[in-house]
Design a protein around this ligand. Structure first.
Ligand SMILES: Cc1cc2nc3c(=O)[nH]c(=O)nc-3n(C[C@H](O)[C@H](O)[C@H](O)COP(=O)(O)OP(=O)(O)OC[C@H]3O[C@@H](n4cnc5c(N)ncnc54)[C@H](O)[C@@H]3O)c2cc1C
Length: 477
């Protein structure tokens, strides 16, 4: 059953998003037409621009790249047989309401993310075990305590989450709620597990696949609890970039590509945005601005007047996970003959999946997501081009040794090096959510904020789309 908070959230959505006809009926008269400058053509910026345009407002979307989508990016080249894979957002939960709304409104389809058949793998210290083997945890981590052995990772997580406040899974939270949750925000996720009684081996098992050593337990708990009703991962048929492309289509020339925003001036009545295009500075003016840039790039944009001290602190210090994605084409989906799904978690740490699932080709495409640890970043920094791809293949080979003979070609996207992202997605260190949570993305005068990082779903398109709706409602008043 939906909780009251969740129901309220969906009702707001139903009024503001699912009824474009109503919005059009309330269109402004020409004399009062507002111009809104939207900065960034990722899914947050595109969604808010669509909503605003539907009300009759003028929108100008400024985007640094030459195409829409930001961190939603599908790679089709250099792969054969029409294969494609995701360099950024790859999957959504079946509970991601905002994504599902936009996908169906734009005539796109969601399909299962992974194949139904085959087991996932764990690869630790040179050993590989099937995740569906009940003894896998104990075999890989012989020091697991007796009461931890034989439990699947999900059951082990539940063991250490028992009795936590259920409202940790509510998307919306005010300052009082963050104050109540503060104890979870004083420790890192591994330390929280230790406090709850997990053995060192259980901590290792539960933190496989991604480095969480510096990450706040509150951030991870929110991610787990907000997705606890999720039953299935889904993906957009034909590639995730079909969503931003479909969102960009109605905006046409309202989107100006190749425009790097460098400065935002605002006063009581208007905003002026300075951007660099083809080596020259240009300015556009509007009544309001919606800033959707990741804080990792917004920190390089001059703001006049300066943001409030708390907002400035967030913009300058919000951490971003330095993620790298490798896509590796193979001549066959060799894992299928071993009754494996192509998914794996390794102690690199890395997460793998079969990006070719559901696509027509005998060839396969393995997706490898790594990074977040200084050693992986240092290795990547020392490599370029083909050597990077081979490094990705060596990470994958820990789970799939047969890859060595089957690998054909691949590509790499290191998000920390991407000048328009400077990191993968926002994460939170201890103390940051308690201090910032209730204020994240609060409007500053005529400047509104949107983007995954100012939402209850950091790191998800769901959050970016939710934040677009919030900015839209703020502007509508
Ligand atoms: C490796 C990786 C894996 C992910 N996996 C998933 C997943 O499986 N599922 C999921 O739902 N989400 C996932 N995400 C997160 C998802 O991609 C983001 O939450 C979402 O795309 C963010 O959208 P946005 O509009 O907030 O930001 P962005 O997409 O970053 O949009 C901001 C835009 O601003 C532009 N920009 C930046 N600086 C400037 C400037 N100075 N001037 C002008 N333009 C500028 C950028 O080019 C960009 O287009 C993943 C992200 C990464 C990196």
């Amino acid at each position: 059953m939906l909780s009251i908070r969740r129901r309220e959230l969906l009702q707001t959505m139903a009024v503001s998003v699912a009824a474009p006809g109503l919005a059009r009926a309330a269109a402004l008269t020409p004399r009062t037409v507002e111009t809104i400058v939207v900065i960034g053509a990722g899914v947050a910026g595109l969604a808010v621009a669509n909503r605003l345009k539907e009300t009759g407002r003028l929108v100008i979307v400024l985007e640094g790249r030459g195409e829409p989508g930001g961190r939603v990016r599908t790679a089709r080249a250099p792969f054969d047989d029409g294969l494609y894979g995701e360099l950024g957002a790859a999957r959504v939960f079946d509970t991601h309401f905002y994504v599902q709304h936009w996908v169906s409104a734009l005539g796109l389809n969601l399909v299962p993310f992974s194949p139904n058949a085959g087991a996932a793998l764990f690869a630790v210290g040179g050993r590989r075990l099937r995740a569906d083997d009940p003894g896998a945890g104990a075999a890989l981590f012989p020091d697991l305590r007796r009461d931890e052995r034989g439990l699947t990772p999900a059951a082990l997580t539940n063991k250490y989450l028992e009795g936590l406040p259920a409202d940790l899974g509510e998307p919306l939270a005010d300052a009082a709620t963050y104050a109540r949750w503060a104890p979870f925000d004083r420790v890192t996720w591994p330390d929280f597990l230790r406090q709850r009684g997990a053995s060192e081996s259980a901590v290792k098992l539960l933190t496989m696949g991604a480095d969480s050593r510096a990450i706040s337990a509150l951030y991870i708990l929110r991610q787990i609890m907000m997705h606890r009703d999720g039953r299935q991962y889904l993906k957009i048929e034909g590639g995730m970039d079909r969503l931003p492309r479909a969102l960009a289509q109605p905006l046409g020339n309202d989107i100006r590509y190749g425009c790097t925003v460098t400065r935002i001036d605002a006063n009581l009545n208007s905003v002026r945005v300075t951007f660099r295009k083809d080596g020259k500075d240009e300015i556009v003016a509007g009544d309001r601005g919606v800033v959707t840039l990741p804080f990792s790039t917004l920190r390089n944009v001059a703001m006049n007047p300066p943001l409030s001290p708390l907002a400035r602190e967030m913009v300058t210090t919000l951490p971003y996970r330095p993620v790298t994605r490798f896509l590796l084409q193979t001549d066959r989906r060799f894992w299928q003959t071993q009754q494996l799904s192509g998914a794996a978690r390794t102690d690199a740490p890395a997460e793998l999946w079969d990006a070719s699932a559901g696509q027509l080709s005998v060839r396969g495409l393995l997706s490898v997501t790594a990074g977040g640890t200084p050693d992986v970043q240092a290795r990547l920094a020392a490599l370029s081009g083909e050597a990077r791809v081979r490094f990705g293949a060596s990470i994958a080979a820990a789970a799939f040794p047969d890859l060595q003979g089957r690998f054909q070609k691949g590509i790499t996207q290191n998000w920390a090096e991407d000048p328009w992202a400077r990191g993968g997605f926002a994460v939170f260190y201890p103390g940051q959510l308690s201090r910032w949570g209730a204020a994240l993305g609060r409007a500053e005068g005529r400047i509104h904020f949107a983007g995954e990082h100012v939402s209850p779903w950091p790191g998800w398109m769901e959050g970016a789309l939710w934040s677009a709706d919030r900015a839209f409602n703020e502007i509508l008043g």
